[in-house]
Ligand binder design. Structure first.
Ligand SMILES: [Zn+2]
Length: 203
């Protein structure tokens, strides 16, 4: 059962009626239905399993064009960080997952309220981030993570790759000078500009 689970994590393509798993394993979410304790796909698309919340969903890839627009809430991975900006590969716009991808630019001044001294205290490579599009001038999608609901939603330990957990004390906002995340596996602590629902598995 476990190696199948790994396979599913990679976004296996499923068709309606295809068996995904059982309710003891996963929490059925969008694009699925349950019959006699077994979870099936109700849509054609790719499986998405959130390893933290155990929610399983099927997202369909629409052929319609879907572009980020000013005001869009997007989710993406940090793919590159420079001293003054980070590049986010967008995997979701609004409620829709993308087959292709766009890259958004997050400038250091748009990461959090107030002054950010060091971008690496707020984001790291590979982090999953929720952001808002603030400009699409010259086909460059400029993003912001200012605001309570925006910021890193999942981060991995830069030492061992474990999922970083929220320190109980640091829920919500607060200065990031203190390290607000910790690794259960190796004890490492790190700081991020997190969204208020960090680690809850909401994309
Ligand atoms: Zn670790």
């Amino acid at each position: 059962m476990f190696h199948m689970l790994e396979e599913r994590k990679s976004g296996r393509f499923v068709v309606p009626g295809e068996r995904i798993g059982v309710i003891e394993e996963f929490i059925p979410d969008r694009g699925t239905y349950v019959k006699d304790g077994v979870i099936y796909a109700s849509n054609m698309g790719y499986l998405l399993i959130d390893s933290v919340s155990r929610k399983v969903s099927v997202y369909s890839l629409s052929r319609e064009a879907c572009f980020p627009k000013v005001g869009s809430i997007v989710v993406g991975h940090v793919v590159n960080i420079q001293s003054a900006m980070a590049f986010i590969r967008i995997i979701k716009i609004g409620k829709r997952f993308l087959s292709g991808f766009f890259t958004g630019v997050l400038h250091i001044s748009d990461i959090e309220e107030g002054f950010t001294e060091n971008i690496f205290d707020t984001l790291k490579l590979g982090d999953l981030v929720r952001a808002k599009v603030i400009s699409e001038a010259n086909r460059t999608f400029h993003l912001t993570t200012k605001g309570e609901k925006l910021g890193v939603i999942l981060a991995l330990c830069s030492k061992c790759g474990g999922v970083l957990k929220l320190k109980a004390k640091s829920k919500g906002k607060g200065r990031r000078k203190e390290k607000n995340l910790y690794c259960e596996d190796c004890g490492n602590t790190e700081s991020r500009k997190i969204a208020s629902d960090y680690g809850l598995g909401n994309l």
